[in-house]
Design a protein around this ligand. Structure first.
Ligand code: AHR
Ligand code: AHR
Ligand code: AHR
Length: 485
């Protein structure tokens, strides 16, 4: 039985069931998600390999070969049509045209389930999915349950990495108008024990970790690489539960009365569904989503415990974030542009600014250093020792990073933000021919690109001039050579 079979037999059926990694009903054979490729704008649906099974990631890899793909739809497996698509503007605008949120890269969150490859939904700040017209989800004070499997190492303190029930308007319509799972280390509203991240409930105008409005020490810091997060709510009661999604059972972090603040009892749920954003389309958060559901009715702890056992049995495990030509940690490399007309140019820096410059064996020693990089293990903790950082050869302790999606060379301040902005994952060059493309770990839609001979973290089509689709594949495909210095 899959998670939604278990919820159904507990009398609290799924009314929304989303996953890019696997079927959540044992008989489900339909589409799990849709991807869109940049090369020709075509879309395809990805289904499980077999009924109730793992997603056919190989079909995605074939469809997306030699270009980039975005996840355009997370289909609802419950049969109610509660699909998640690109979130529209709400109280806040997203970064895309007309205030829409970004879509997730199709390759940002590879994993394996029982040894079979699949992809999660890697949410960068700016990314969001929504359904403002969902059917059958809880409204008002009606009871619902939710669980989600997340990456417990990928989070931030922005508002708000949420999955669950939110406003149909995309606007903050008041306390109690949402009820979602939240994951991250935001402390603007609530917090738990330790320094976070925590599983909390976003109930609108507040992230709650228990009955007290601010801190509740019963809600622990949780950092399992694969994390099961549970929030459920009904008249006069709610609960937070959590577990390592790869082993063991759920623990209850809170189970009791509604928060001690006006507007949360009774609740005024509206029944829209969000993923990766706040109720008002706040887009500052990051996180990774693998699977999750919303139910009708208040699931029993026993039902949720059985769902957790099913999640563990799916055997989530880490997969490689890099592919293509190998890069040796500790080596010095230079990155040559391969776009016709620019093939004598290498990625270099002039002070903080990153650009491409014509470099050869005859160049001055200083320029050779400015065009050479020591390969380091990725500085981002959440990259799990995978991926890479590029330390400047002429400025020890300074690294390539992106800032406002421009590449820069900057001294590490040791912060989580810096380490994440300075971590990049390699893959076979989009133009082939033995080249390498280098995507930003934290924004996997974005790649090292030269544009007008400047250096950027660019997406394949997008709002910035440097995101232009023309010659994107060539501009992001680098010949990795032995460093000049
Ligand atoms: O409750 C926290 C956040 O506050 C909600 O997600 C958002 O709608 C509001 O800004
Ligand atoms: O480059 C995009 C973002 O810009 C970085 O993640 C952040 O540090 C800056 O605000
Ligand atoms: O960086 C040089 C060129 O500038 C790129 O190939 C092109 O995309 C842009 O016009």
């Amino acid at each position: 039985a899959g998670p939604c079979d278990i919820y159904a037999s507990g009398g609290t059926p799924c009314v929304a069931a989303h996953s890019t990694t696997r079927a959540l009903y044992s008989a489900f054979t339909g589409a799990l998600y849709q991807v869109k490729r940049a090369s020709d704008g075509a879309t395809t649906n990805i289904a499980p390999l077999s009924a109730g099974g793992v997603a056919n990631a190989g079909a995605q890899d074939t469809f997306c070969a030699g270009t980039t793909c975005l996840i355009t739809v997370l289909y609802d497996q419950s049969g109610r049509g509660n699909h998640l698509t690109q979130a529209p503007p709400g109280g806040f605008q997203g970064p895309e045209a007309n205030g829409y949120d970004n879509l997730a890269s199709a390759v940002g969150a590879p994993v394996t389930l029982g040894g079979k490859k699949a992809y999660g939904v890697f949410v960068s700040p700016g990314t969001g999915y929504r359904n403002n017209n969902a059917k059958g989800t809880a409204v008002g004070d009606a009871a619902q349950g939710m669980y989600a499997v997340l990456d417990g190492t990928h989070y931030n303190n922005g508002c708000c990495f949420d999955y669950g029930n939110a406003e149909v308007s995309g606007r903050d319509t008041g306390n109690g108008h949402m009820e979602t799972i939240y994951f991250g280390d935001n402390t603007v509203w609530g917090s738990g024990a330790g320094s976070g991240p925590w599983i909390m409930a976003d109930l609108e105008n507040g992230l709650f970790s228990g009955a007290a409005v601010k801190n509740n020490n019963g809600d622990p810091t949780v950092t399992s690489r694969f994390l099961t997060a549970v929030v459920k709510g009904g008249p006069n009661k709610w609960a937070i539960r959590g577990a390592n999604a790869a082993s063991g059972g759920l623990s209850t972090y809170y189970d009791g009365a509604r928060p001690n603040a006006a507007g949360y009892n009774p609740m005024s749920k509206e029944g829209a569904i969000v993923l990766g954003i706040g109720g008002d389309n706040s887009v500052g958060a990051q996180g990774t989503f693998y699977e999750g559901v919303m139910t009708s009715g208040y699931p029993s702890d026993a039902t949720e415990n059985a769902v957790q056992a099913d999640v563990v049995a799916a055997r989530y495990a880490v997969a490689s974030l890099t592919s293509g030509p190998a890069l040796a940690v500790g080596s010095s490399v230079s990155l040559r542009a391969t776009t016709a007309g620019y093939t004598t140019r290498y990625l270099a820096h002039t002070g903080a600014a990153v650009n491409t410059q014509v470099v050869s064996a005859a160049s001055a020693a200083a320029l050779k250093q400015q065009a050479s990089w020591t390969v380091r293990t990725g500085l981002a903790t959440a990259s799990g020792g995978q991926c890479f950082s590029f330390e400047s050869r002429d400025a020890a302790g300074s690294y390539l990073r992106h800032y406002n999606f421009e590449l820069a060379v900057a001294k590490s301040d040791g912060s989580k933000q810096f380490r994440e902005d300075a971590t990049f994952c390699t893959e076979a060059g989009l133009s082939g021919q033995g080249t390498t493309s280098i995507r930003a770990w934290g924004f996997p839609t974005r790649y090292f690109r030269h544009y007008n001979n400047g250096g950027y973290a660019a997406s394949n089509g997008g709002i910035h001039t440097f995101d232009a689709a023309g010659s994107f594949n060539d501009d992001v495909s680098w010949a990795v050579t032995t460093g000049f210095a």
